[in-house]
Design a protein around this ligand. Structure first.
Ligand SMILES: Cc1cc2nc3c(=O)[nH]c(=O)nc-3n(C[C@H](O)[C@H](O)[C@H](O)COP(=O)(O)OP(=O)(O)OC[C@H]3O[C@@H](n4cnc5c(N)ncnc54)[C@H](O)[C@@H]3O)c2cc1C
Length: 296
């Protein structure tokens, strides 16, 4: 399949890209093209204009600022995968990225493209949900911030106006010592997950959980936080029994039926994967994973 005909635009600044969006009817932004090109080739979208963001200055960066990691929208998934600062400050992102498509798709795919495409099973969308990230969008009257909880407005539809561009995303960091894990189930490695679980935990000196974030992806129109589970964990001493019992509440989360799996199977996966993610996160928090990996 070939894409339908379109005019190509190649702006160099965010202001020029925003101006083009305001001036041109039926325009689409191109980032890494890893979702847009298949959609063009399948004729799911038929824009008259493509505005390429690849040569727009200042949209590719990873930097620490005010207790957060700020990432430019055009930062490639590969650059995040190989970033030392991401591994040190946001280690769950490294683990999640290894499950995003393939090396070839990560070479081109960007974080901004993934967040705007907003697939309910996308790993980076789950992480933005779990971290209460904030996205920055630029439009004709300047920039505005959107808390990620308000970013998905419908299935694969972000809260961006037609004349706005996502320029960056901010992930508030967790304590330097925290537990994390991203686990998912997909039919083949590199496929979108049928269901995924992203877990983050912090504990006090006595080992009790002081903070927990668990996000389930692939269940509904967007990844969602397992709030009942998070509450059940907070203030408790971690144990296999606690994780097993508390994760059962994930069976009550709303889920879709589709060609890949019925809702009941996704709900079962949500309970199993959240438990596995929490066990892994806890082992990392206590250092038990390193002890297991050491030769005897
Ligand atoms: C074989 C294959 C397997 C894949 N597997 C996975 C997977 O397991 N998990 C996963 O998460 N993804 C997967 N993907 C998708 C991949 O991660 C894409 O990189 C991502 O979904 C889109 O990012 P992109 O930069 O390529 O965006 P594009 O494809 O260029 O754009 C995607 C959409 O976002 C819009 N957009 C892009 N950037 C901006 C911006 N800055 N502001 C506003 N709108 C913008 C575009 O207009 C378009 O509508 C897979 C892709 C392929 C081809």
């Amino acid at each position: 399949m070939k894409p339908p005909p379109f005019s190509y635009h190649d702006p160099r600044t965010v202001a020029d890209a925003v101006a083009l969006l305001g001036r041109l009817d039926n325009a689409k932004l191109l980032a890494g093209g890893q979702s847009l090109m298949p959609m063009l080739n399948f004729r799911f979208v038929q824009p008259d204009h493509i505005i390429d963001l690849n040569r727009v200055e200042g949209l590719s960066y990873i930097r620490e600022a005010n207790g957060a990691l700020e990432i430019g929208a055009m930062t490639r998934q590969r650059d995040l995968e190989f970033s030392d600062v991401v591994r040190a400050r946001l280690p769950i992102m490294h683990e999640a990225l290894l499950q995003v498509g393939h090396r070839q798709t990560r070479n081109r795919g960007t974080i901004g493209g993934s967040l705007c495409h907003l697939d309910p099973a996308a790993e980076l969308v789950s992480l933005a949900t779990g971290y209460d990230a904030t996205v920055t969008v630029a439009g004709p009257s300047g920039e505005r911030q959107i808390p990620f909880a308000q970013f998905p407005v419908a299935y694969m539809t972000p809260a961006i106006e037609p004349n706005e561009i996502l320029v960056g995303v901010r992930f508030p960091q967790w304590a330097p010592r925290h537990g994390y894990a991203f686990v998912e189930f997909s039919r083949r490695h590199g496929d979108f997950a049928i269901t995924s679980a992203a877990a983050l935990i912090e504990a006090d000196a006595g080992g009790k959980i002081t903070r927990a974030s668990v996000t389930i992806g692939g269940m509904g129109t967007a990844p969602s936080r397992a709030r009942e589970l998070e509450q059940a964990l907070t203030g408790q001493a971690p144990s296999a029994q606690l994780f097993r019992d508390a994760c059962e509440s994930c069976r009550k989360l709303e889920a879709i039926d589709d060609i890949h799996a019925p809702a009941s199977y996704r709900q079962h996966l949500a309970a199993v994967l959240s438990r596995r993610a929490l066990e892994k996160a806890h082992a990392r928090l206590t250092g038990a994973d390193a002890a297991q990996a050491r030769p005897h």
